[in-house]
Write a protein that binds this ligand. Sequence first.
Ligand code: PGA
Length: 255
Amino acid sequence: MRKKLIAGNWKMNGSKSFNEGWVKSIHAALAAMGPSQNAEIMVCVPTPYLSQMAGLLENTPVALGAQDVSAHAKGAYTGEVSLGMLLDVGVQGVIIGHSERRAYHGESDSVVAQKVKACMSSSITPIVCLGETQEQRQSGQTNDVIQSQLSAVMDALEQDFERLVVAYEPVWAIGTGLTATPEQAQEVHAFIRGLLATKTRHAQDLKILYGGSMNAQNASSLLSLPDVDGGLIGGASLLAEDFAKIITSANAECN
Ligand code: PGA
């Protein structure tokens, strides 16, 4: 059975003192939940705080994630951060191809695919984001968009899928308060799993997360869907109490 993964995406938020307070709150909330916690938890923080968070999260079940990585191993790439550097500071997962990076930093499907491929030769779990815009959904292109974004990744990976995590994040739902309905989410997640199944026999073992205005109120209805294996949570992950409630919902689905 696939374990749920609840991953926070802090985006460009946080500070040394905020981070300390957040970890303290999550620690307390997890302790109050007791020992029967099955969901996997990760928090993806801005690069300058990775080292601090690695220390704060030690001896907690919360894994540390980054929000981007270079496809290159080292060299003249000013401003970039390599997989080796992420590993060096204790990072376990990384978000790749978030729609904000695609839109504001010109990341193409092929750049995203190269970054995911690079992760496969390390122990870092790539969480690759896919999703359509409002316009694309309204003009009936959702499946085509998802297929071309995912195909670029699958073609680059060939057979090497084991640790791939896919996040379906409809662009129109990110940070807007609009959430995909359970029907819309399940339909796209099942479509994604079908696409994965054309390339790997392990499609049933791969996690497909939902992201886009998931919060403490709507998490249960999304996490109970058969092909939704967790959430990539932006705004609500900054509120430790709400993030903890989402973890509780995921634990309820795992049991
Ligand atoms: P949101 O962001 O939960 O604030 O909509 C999700 C994401 O962008 O990963």
